[in-house]
Design a protein around this ligand. Structure first.
Ligand SMILES: Nc1ncnc2c1ncn2[C@@H]1O[C@H](COP(=O)(O)OP(=O)(O)OP(=O)(O)O)[C@@H](O)[C@H]1O
Ligand SMILES: [Mg+2]
Length: 461
C-alpha cells in the first residue's frame, strides 16, 4: 500500500481513529485519577575529611578516602539504622520501616557527593522527611566513625542542597500520561483502520470497480439527498453532472454498435438501479432524445414511485395482451420521456421477460423512440436481469460504494457474459461527497469529450 492509500484509509475511517484516540485519553485520565499521587524531595550531601593539618599529600588522600567511602555511605543512607534515627527525630506516626521504604540513595560517581530522595504521598511530608534525613545521617556517621578514645570523627557530612517542597507529583504525570494515552489510542485506531480496510472487499474506488468488471466505469454518482430526481431537472446542478457524464459516456459506446436499449442492473438488491434508470432516462430526455423508461423489475417495481406517477397497467398487462401498449404507456411531464410501468406483478417474471412477445415489444417501442432504458431486478438472486441484458444492447452494472463486494461484481459480470449479453460499463453509486475521487472522475469524463461533441450537446439542450 502506498502512503496515499494509508491517508485515504485514515480519512475514510476517521470515526474509528478518533474514537480510539478519545478512548486512549479517557483511559489515561482514569489511570491518573485512580492512581496514588507520589511526590519526591531530594537532598545532596557532601562527605569531607576533618583532618586539620593537611599537607598536599594528606589533603589528596583525605579526598580520595572520602570518594571511596561515599559508596558505603550511599548504602548507609537508606539503612535501617538511619531510618531509626530519622524516626526519633521527626516523631509522628511513621515507623522506621515506612521511612526506610521511602528513601532511595546513591553516590554521584567521581565525587564525594551523595544524593537521597524521599518519595511520599504528601508533598509536605516528603520535604520534611528529606530535610531531617541530612542531620540524622550525619549523626549516624558521627557515631560510627568516632574513635573509642573520644577523638572526633575524621569525616564530616554537610548538606549541599536542601530539601524543597515538590511542585508536582513524580507519578502520575497528568499531561504526559493523557498525551501518551491519546498517542497509543491513535496508533491502535490507525492499526484497526488498516486491518478493517484490508478485510473490507467492497468497491470503494473507480479503479477497484474497473478492475472488478474488467471494463469501463461510466460514472461515479455521489450521495444524493431527498430531492435526487430534481438533480437532473437543473442542468447546471453539480448533482446532475454524474448522470450527464453517464449519458455522454454511453454515447461513446455507440461508435460501432449503436446502443438503443439499455438494461440497468446490479449484483444485489438496493444498490440504486431504479434511481439510476430514472436519472439516466431524464438526462437522456434532457438532451433531446425520445426515451422510453420501462420498469422491467417485475418483482419490486419502483419507477412510478420515484417519478411520482401512477399506473396500474403496464408491461405485464401488455405482454399478457390485456392492455394495448398506448394505454399502458404514461407520458411524463418531462418532454421526450415516456414511461412504461411494470403492471401487475406476475407469478412468472423470468418467463414473461424471456418471451418472444417481450422481444417484439422492445422492437416495436424502438420504432418511435431513440433509446429504451430498462430497470431490472438484481442479477445474483434471479435471472430476469440476465435475460433483459441479453435482449437489450447491453447492461449497465450499478455498484454501491462501500457495500457491493468485489466478488459480487465479478459474479454479476459472469452472469451477464453467460447470458451472451454485453456489459456496457459500471457505475459507482453513492460515493461519499468528501474525497476527490468522484469529482476527479467526472472531470475526467468531461475532459475526454471531443470539443465538437460538447457543442452538439449544448445545442441539444
Ligand atoms: N446516489 C444515491 N444517493 C442517495 N441515495 C441513493 C442513491 N442511490 C440510491 N439511493 C437510495 O437507495 C435506495 C435504493 O435505491 P434504488 O431503489 O434505486 O435501488 P434498487 O437497486 O433499484 O433496489 P431494488 O434492488 O430493491 O430494486 C433508495 O432509498 C434510494 O433513494
Ligand atoms: Mg429497483
Amino acid at each position: 500500500m502506498r502512503m496515499l492509500d494509508y491517508l485515504r484509509i485514515l480519512r475514510d475511517r476517521w470515526v474509528l481513529v478518533t474514537a480510539c484516540a478519545l478512548l486512549g485519553a479517557v483511559a489515561a485520565v482514569a489511570v491518573v485519577l485512580g492512581s496514588t499521587w507520589r511526590y519526591a524531595s531530594s537532598i545532596t550531601l557532601y562527605v569531607s575529611s576533618t583532618d586539620h593539618t593537611p599537607t598536599a599529600n594528606t589533603a589528596y588522600e583525605a579526598s580520595l578516602l572520602a570518594q571511596q567511602q561515599v559508596q558505603s555511605y550511599a548504602r548507609l543512607l537508606d539503612s535501617e539504622r538511619v531510618a531509626n534515627e530519622l524516626a526519633t527525630r521527626i516523631g509522628g506516626a511513621m515507623t522506621p520501616q515506612q521511612l526506610q521504604a521511602e528513601i532511595t540513595a546513591s553516590a554521584i560517581p567521581q565525587t564525594a557527593l551523595l544524593r537521597a530522595t524521599v518519595t511520599d504521598t504528601s508533598a509536605g511530608r516528603a520535604q520534611r522527611v528529606a530535610e531531617a534525613l541530612g542531620p540524622a545521617f550525619a549523626d549516624v556517621v558521627d557515631s560510627l566513625e568516632s574513635h573509642a578514645d573520644g577523638a572526633p570523627s575524621p569525616v564530616r557530612i554537610s548538606v549541599v542542597d536542601d530539601a524543597a517542597v515538590p511542585d508536582g507529583p513524580i507519578s502520575p504525570r497528568p499531561r504526559l500520561d493523557v498525551l501518551l494515552g491519546v498517542a497509543v489510542g491513535l496508533l491502535v485506531g490507525a492499526g484497526a483502520a488498516v486491518l478493517r480496510e484490508t478485510a473490507d472487499t467492497t468497491v470503494k474506488t473507480v479503479g477497484l470497480l474497473r478492475a472488478a468488471v474488467c471494463g469501463p466505469v461510466l460514472a461515479s454518482v455521489g450521495t444524493l439527498d431527498e430531492s435526487h430526481l430534481e438533480a437532473v431537472r437543473e442542468h447546471r446542478s453539480p448533482r446532475a453532472e454524474a448522470y450527464r457524464s453517464l449519458r455522454t459516456n454511453l454515447q461513446f459506446l455507440n461508435v460501432d454498435r449503436p446502443v438503443t436499449t439499455v438494461t440497468v442492473t446490479s449484483s444485489i438488491a438496493g444498490e440504486g438501479k431504479s434511481l439510476t434508470a430514472c436519472n439516466l432516462a431524464l438526462s437522456l430526455a434532457d438532451s433531446g432524445r425520445k426515451v422510453v423508461l420501462i420498469d422491467a423489475d417485475l418483482r419490486r417495481p419502483q419507477i412510478c414511485g420515484y417519478l411520482g406517477l401512477r399506473g396500474y397497467n403496464g408491461l405485464t398487462s401488455v405482454l399478457a395482451g390485456s392492455t394495448p401498449l398506448e394505454q399502458a404507456m404514461i407520458v411524463s411531464r418531462r418532454e421526450g420521456l415516456l414511461v412504461l410501468p411494470s403492471g401487475p406483478i406476475p407469478p412468472n417474471p423470468s418467463e414473461l421477460l424471456g418471451s418472444a412477445r417481450m422481444a417484439q415489444l422492445l422492437e416495436q417501442l424502438k420504432q418511435d423512440a431513440d433509446i429504451l432504458v430498462l430497470d431490472s431486478p438484481p442479477l445474483l438472486p434471479v435471472t430476469d436481469a440476465a435475460i433483459l441484458a441479453h435482449i437489450s444492447d447491453g447492461a449497465i452494472l450499478v455498484a454501491q460504494y462501500g457495500r457491493t463486494r468485489r466478488e459480487h461484481v465479478t459474479r454479476a459480470v459472469e452472469q451477464i457474459k453467460a447470458a451472451d449479453a454485453r456489459l456496457l460499463g459500471a457505475i459507482l453509486n453513492r460515493m461519499p461527497s468528501r474525497g476527490g475521487e468522484a469529482d476527479s472522475y467526472s472531470y475526467y469524463g468531461y475532459a475526454a469529450v471531443p470539443p465538437g461533441f460538447q457543442i452538439a450537446e449544448a445545442e441539444a439542450k
